[in-house]
Design a protein around this ligand. Structure first.
Ligand SMILES: *[C@@H]1O[C@H](CO)[C@@H](O)[C@H](O)[C@H]1NC(C)=O
Ligand SMILES: *[C@@H]1O[C@H](CO)[C@@H](O)[C@H](O)[C@H]1NC(C)=O
Ligand SMILES: *[C@@H]1O[C@H](CO)[C@@H](O)[C@H](O)[C@H]1NC(C)=O
Ligand SMILES: *[C@@H]1O[C@H](CO)[C@@H](O)[C@H](O)[C@H]1NC(C)=O
Ligand SMILES: *[C@@H]1O[C@H](CO)[C@@H](O)[C@H](O)[C@H]1NC(C)=O
Ligand SMILES: *[C@@H]1O[C@H](CO)[C@@H](O)[C@H](O)[C@H]1NC(C)=O
Length: 760
């Protein structure tokens, strides 16, 4: 026996880093915490956390400022891993241990696909489903209570390797997505299901662009672009009382984000009042190492300890250390007086406020403690994952070939490497799904006769002869292609956004057979210009990273079992864009010298614009109503406003009626853009002001809804970052291309709704 026992510690040492005991709920009735106010759930989270921290020694506090906290043995608090991921489902990561009844978790579509649904109630449901599964993992000792999701940086540049983790390029859309996701995941009650983390604060959207990387990139951002574009999604996170915010690797205007007092204190904590019951700032993993004297980093501080001190003093509360450089050493930084006692106590209280609000000290009767294995992979969550994929699929082109109506006995040719690549359909930060349905699997499950052949991946070329044979007996050829996670991934930016050349050659050869070709595009940005020039490419569908049931969703849309209604959440740029716009140029507005500007607001030569999406039917629409005022005084809007933030006050809801004038029942996304000329600064042609998704408008039916928006959604941001409501004539443009318009006037004088704090 003895030798076996003595082997045990060795075995434990050999366990992969990803194996952690999950959260351990302290015993408040018998353990060392008995009688401590932290165990009294009638007291406020702040008082409870403060009482706990008062019982800690400095040594213990200093040991527990990193993601893999060893715990506080005297207080009976076990080790805690702050690093858990759940971007679109519980994911494989540090704090999460898979196995037993927890060998799989629902894998929803990646955010770029669910973002394309433009359906906030759907996003809230997804957030809730993920939160429930995550908490079930935690209750079983297989995860902790903090999950570093969602990623809400606007998808500024089509090359960005992590753009698919985000809901898209629009700041309003990302903010609403973030709020819906966070509310769903955390739950709105005082006690949180789990804590969400909005990342990456801020202006992070570059991995590796030649001479600069995310570890040393200094994003030069004007105050106007910062306030108008890069920060608003995080403001919605703050307003939704997200449990934490992750500061990013990059610097913003010379100061690394995790040491950026202007961002972390002046804007986030003070201006946005992010001072609730549960919030902490965590550094991206190794960001604090790279803000110090690391050769590949910012070299913002002369030593690693100075970097640790600067991050803490600026407002970071927990350092995530992945692998690069030496481990952070808060004890040394503290003894060198690089941060203060008050800062140390502040960080501890913030961390524990979060854990208190997630019920860590509430005992077995606490909220959400009964969630368990039966709540993971439920039939409801599986159905939601399928629905989300279907809602997010975008019909880019259709010459009438879709929906397919195969007669019995017809063969379907399914060609391209994406046709049977189910694991790729999940995208970055994934867990193990309960099943993985690629298109070929899904087509066979639907009883279709399929001939399949693979094709080249990424930009590689490949043999196309198998494809031609597979296409031989088919009436219609389905081609599954696009970019994938072998190149579209964290740490990597692409230099090329053209269609992969080998795939294009294969599609060309197939199109030459004279049969209709339907291209189903997975992954994000590739330029469809050359496909659009091939007459036999009759239809193009975009599905992004549609998750565990992505193949089923794609087949349901192709066969017309579900009507497509998703909208492109990002501009499709021509491939020449990568020559015209340096990836390091953060400016949204075009400028002389050929810089083309960014996003639909400024770039007007899109192959397909943001918001593009066709249907299997037609719609007509009308906006406004006889009682909607044609003239509104800014003064009256402002004087009625009771919110301490004027820009968050509601603007009168705009009625919209949508009629299905075709033959097929379909969802419809109402996108309301705001346009007009007012003020003196140059303004975008149009800006998304509100949106709503109508469900299942049947043939001939009219449905009504009200577009909800705020004063801020109508405002413009001036050069200093102030949000201003301008008098003038406003035109609301429904849809892309415009299906209906509505015009009203605002009278009065320029009014600042949000005075932007200036950096000192
Ligand atoms: C728990 O906290 C509440 C609110 O602060 C307080 O009224 C109550 O006396 C406390 N209970 C105990 C047992 O300390
Ligand atoms: C700031 O947030 C707190 C809650 O966390 C709230 O009580 C307070 O009213 C807020 N202040 C403003 C100015 O909105
Ligand atoms: C939509 O209407 C146009 C013009 O009437 C027509 O050509 C087209 O076929 C219709 N599309 C669908 C999907 O019904
Ligand atoms: C929308 O439909 C309702 C009900 O039919 C009607 O009363 C209203 O006037 C319509 N509004 C517009 C803007 O067409
Ligand atoms: C759409 O509505 C029709 C009529 O109410 C109903 O028969 C059909 O099942 C609905 N479809 C979906 C997908 O909800
Ligand atoms: C708004 O439109 C009216 C009528 O067309 C015009 O007289 C007025 O000058 C416009 N106002 C502004 C600020 O452009």
């Amino acid at each position: 026996m003895a030798p076996i026992i003595s082997l045990l510690p060795l075995l434990l040492l050999c366990l992969p880093q990803s194996v952690w005991a999950g959260v351990s709920y302290p015993d408040c009735t018998a353990g060392p915490l008995k009688g401590n106010l932290v165990c009294n759930n009638s007291a406020s989270p702040l008082d409870r956390a403060t009482a706990l921290v008062a019982a800690m020694s400095n040594t213990d506090k200093l040991n527990n400022l990193v993601n893999n906290s060893p715990g506080f043995s005297k207080l009976g608090l076990a080790a805690y891993q702050w690093w858990n991921e759940a971007l679109h489902g519980v994911a494989h990561n540090r704090g999460i241990t898979w196995g037993g009844s927890f060998s799989a978790a629902t894998q929803f579509p990646q955010a770029i696909t669910s973002g394309a649904a433009f359906d906030d109630p759907l996003i809230e449901k997804i957030g809730e489903a993920i939160g429930v599964e995550a908490r079930a993992f935690a209750n079983a000792g297989r995860a902790h209570l903090d999950f570093w999701t969602p990623n809400v940086n606007p998808f500024r540049d089509p090359r960005w390797g992590r753009g698919h983790e985000t809901p898209g390029e629009d700041a309003l859309r990302n903010g609403r997505f973030a709020a819906a996701f966070v509310h769903g995941m955390q739950g709105s009650e005082a006690t949180h299901r789990v804590l969400a983390t909005c990342k990456h604060f801020a202006a992070y959207d570059l991995e590796d662009a030649g001479s600069v990387t995310r570890f040393n990139f200094d994003a030069k951002v004007s105050l106007q672009d910062l306030a108008e574009y890069y920060l608003p999604p995080f403001r919605e996170c703050a307003a939704a009382r997200v449990g934490s915010i992750m500061c990013s690797y990059n610097a913003v205007n010379g100061v690394p984000a995790c040491a950026n007092e202007y961002l972390l204190n002046t804007i986030l904590r003070s201006h946005w009042n992010w001072t609730g019951n549960n919030e902490y700032v965590v550094s991206d993993c190794d960001a604090v190492y790279y803000l110090g004297n690391a050769a590949a980093g910012h070299r913002y501080k002369a030593s690693h300890n100075a970097a640790v001190g600067a991050a803490f003093e600026a407002g970071t509360d927990n350092i995530c250390w992945a692998s690069d450089g030496a481990a952070p050493n808060p004890s040394q930084a503290f003894s060198q007086k690089l941060f203060s006692q008050a800062t140390l106590d502040r960080m501890m209280v913030r961390q524990f406020q979060g854990l208190v609000s997630a019920g860590m000290f509430d005992g077995p009767q606490g909220a959400y403690r009964s969630l368990g294995a039966s709540d993971v992979n439920s039939a409801t969550n599986k159905a939601l994952a399928l629905r989300a994929a279907e809602e997010g699929i975008v019909l880019l082109k259709n010459d009438g070939v879709l929906p397919l109506t195969p007669a019995s006995g017809d063969t379907l040719a399914m060609i391209g490497f994406w046709a049977s690549k189910a694991d790729e359909m999940l995208g970055g930060y994934s867990g193990t799904p309960p099943f993985n349905h690629d298109p070929v699997t899904a087509a066979k499950a639907l009883g279709l006769t399929v001939t399949a052949a693979t094709g080249p991946i990424a930009q590689a070329s490949g043999d196309t002869s198998g494809a031609t044979a597979a296409a031989k007996n088919a009436k219609v050829i389905l081609y599954f292609g696009g970019i994938d996670n072998s190149v579209e991934k964290e740490s990597n930016d692409r230099s090329n956004i053209a269609w992969p050349a080998g795939q294009l050659a294969q599609i060309k050869a197939l199109a030459a057979l004279g049969k209709p070709v339907v291209v189903v595009k997975l992954g994000t940005h590739v330029d469809d210009t050359l496909l659009l020039s091939m007459p036999n490419v009759k239809a193009i569908l975009w599905a992004g990273y549609p998750g565990q049931d992505g193949g089923t969703a794609v087949m349901n849309i192709l066969l017309g079992k579900t009507a497509p209604a998703g909208r492109l959440p990002m501009t499709m740029y021509p491939s020449s864009y990568t020559q015209d716009a340096p990836m390091t140029n953060m400016a949204l507005r075009p400028s002389s010298g050929g810089y083309p500007g960014r996003t639909y607001r400024w770039f007007d030569k899109a192959v397909f614009p943001f918001g593009h999406g066709l249907h299997y039917t037609n719609f007509s629409a009308s906006l406004g109503s006889p009682s909607f005022p044609s003239t509104i005084s800014i003064q009256s809007l402002v004087s009625r406003c009771t919110d301490s933030y004027l820009d968050r006050c509601p603007f009168p809801s705009l009625p919209v009626n949508v009629t299905n004038t075709g033959q097929v029942a379909s969802d419809y996304v109402a996108l309301a853009f705001v346009s007009g000329s007012y003020g003196t600064a140059p303004y975008p042609i149009k800006t998304l002001g509100s949106y709503a998704r109508f469900a299942n408008i049947t043939a001939g039916q009219t449905q009504s809804a009200s577009l909800v928006w705020t004063l801020g959604d109508l405002s413009r941001v001036d050069a200093s970052g102030n949000r201003v409501l301008y008098p003038g004539n406003y035109t609301v443009l429904l849809d892309q291309p415009t299906l209906a318009t509505f015009t009203f006037s605002l009278t009065g004088t320029d009014t600042i709704l949000d005075k932007w704090p200036q950096p000192s």
